[in-house]
Design a binder for this molecule. Structure first.
Ligand code: SAH
Ligand code: SF4
Ligand code: F3S
Length: 435
């Protein structure tokens, strides 16, 4: 008789890279006899894969751990682990504040998770190293299984840019790229398991240097894989957009016409204080060049309002930049002070001023998003169908420009790309008909 498999529950916070990392941790624990469960109550081990980017994100960890107390009380041999960026930033403090936490593992050392789990019999475990060896060398080949048609694939990690507000260079470490042959082998395995679209991930993905031709070179190689139909990448930094990558948006059919290119602010004074090392004008010229290569490219961005020292005039410059770019999609945040970052030491903008600016910016961005969606009505687009919709007979997928699209379609279209004519636009999705 074999033992019943142990059950692992993973809760993921933060960015897409954490989604990718959670999957890899689950695969690594699979080798230890763990299967994934979607119920914390059932689990023999709970892992929280955490995010440290803003104060609210980091606080969630402690409230979530609080909610888990009764589970641990009911099942004393339940293992509780904290992974991700809060683990990296506050590992020792978590261990001190939360005696029920058994292990803490950082984003660059989670290949050691199986070994840490085995050592729990000797006591609590902490590993927040930035090991010299890459975790990717240790993690097993992606086990073959049926997969959703879209997948994330980390190609680059870490950040050397040190924006004055940001914890990522401290939690993820220095910029590292995976060799392109490894990335290509992983992409091939994903395609064999049913993946049609990959999103290449990196904190500064366009600083990728695991291929002589940079990210554009890697995209060119990936485009040769039969069965891989769509390629996306995120997140890019404006200073790393090179000519080859801009050109690829015009030349490479599999490279989708959507780009997330954060600018954070529109005032040069604030950009300088943020240590962004680019100004508003150079960002706007860059977008002009991208649009010259691919006129219908959908632009997305990130914005921070209320950065220390931001005046009403500075904020107005952000609104002006947004007016000029016309974003299809965007994410905006109130500045949040992060311990250990330079901007945390500076005089802060009032919370109510931040809230009021965020509301104005979000109103403008959501107007632009609606306009971008409405501009799709009447157009024929490619849609990669992913799953059934809410209405009977309906399927949901993503268009080339990354809009959610609903259409009446047979279930067999799941995992297939079909042509759809867009007939109407609702606030967060489009509706269309198969052509
Ligand atoms: N590497 C990416 C994204 C980093 S984090 C980049 O360079 O753009 C994602 C977004 O969170 C950032 O683009 C920024 O808009 C936001 N962010 C980061 N630190 C923040 C902070 N301290 N307060 C508020 N928003 C922050
Ligand atoms: Fe953070 Fe700036 Fe690096 Fe992006 S580029 S991860 S915002 S430090
Ligand atoms: Fe958060 Fe770490 Fe990603 S801080 S945004 S999980 S890199």
């Amino acid at each position: 008789m074999t033992d019943a498999p142990k059950k692992l529950f993973i809760k993921t916070y933060g960015c897409q890279m954490n989604v990718y990392d959670s999957e890899r941790m689950a695969e690594a624990m699979g080798g230890e006899g763990y299967v994934q469960t979607d119920s914390a109550e059932d689990a023999d081990m709970i892992l929280l894969n955490t995010c440290h980017i803003r104060e609210k994100a980091a606080e969630k960890v402690y409230s979530e751990l609080g909610r888990m107390k009764p589970l641990k009380a009911a099942k004393p041999d339940l293992r509780i682990g904290v992974a991700g960026c809060v683990a990296q930033a506050e590992g020792e403090e978590i261990m001190r504040r939360q005696p029920m936490v058994d292990l803490v593992v950082g984003p660059q050392s989670y290949h050691r998770l199986p070994e840490m789990e085995r050592r729990l019999k000797d006591g609590r475990q902490v590993d927040t190293d930035f090991p010299l060896e890459s975790k990717f060398d240790d993690l097993k080949q992606r086990p073959k299984m049926r997969r959703a048609p879209t997948a994330f694939l980390t190609v680059q990690e870490g950040c050397d840019k040190f924006c004055a507000f940001c914890v990522v260079p401290y939690t993820r470490g220095a910029e590292v790229s995976r060799p392109s042959d490894r990335v290509l082998a992983e992409a091939q395995a994903l395609v064999e398991a049913g993946v049609r679209e990959v999103t290449l991930l990196g904190q500064n993905v366009n600083a990728y240097h695991g291929h002589d031709g940079g990210l554009a070179g890697l995209v060119g190689e990936l485009a040769k894989i039969d069965g891989l139909d769509r390629i996306r990448y995120t997140t890019s930094h404006p200073n790393d957009m090179d000519d080859a990558l801009i050109a690829a948006h015009g030349d490479c059919e599999k490279l989708m016409p959507y780009l997330h290119l954060p600018v954070q602010a529109g005032s040069d004074r604030i950009l300088k204080a943020m240590n962004r090392k680019h100004d508003a004008e150079s960002y706007l010229r860059l977008i002009e060049r991208l649009r010259a290569a691919r006129p219908d490219i959908a632009m997305s961005g990130d914005f921070i309002v209320g950065f220390p020292g931001e005046t009403e005039e500075d904020f107005q410059a952000t609104l002006d930049l947004v007016e000029e770019v016309r974003y299809a999609q965007a994410y905006s945040f109130k500045y949040s002070t992060r311990p250990g970052t330079p901007a945390a030491e500076r005089a802060q903008v009032d919370e109510d001023v931040k809230a009021e600016r965020l509301a104005r910016l979000q109103a403008l961005l959501s107007r632009q998003q609606t306009e971008a969606q409405e501009a799709m009505v009447g157009r024929e687009v490619g849609v990669l169908f992913e799953k059934k919709g809410r209405l009977p007979g309906q399927m949901i997928g993503k268009s080339d420009h990354l809009f959610a699209v609903h259409a009446d379609a047979p279930e067999e279209l799941a995992g297939q790309i079909a042509r759809v004519r867009i007939t109407s636009a609702a606030p967060h999705s489009l509706t269309g008909q198969l052509v």
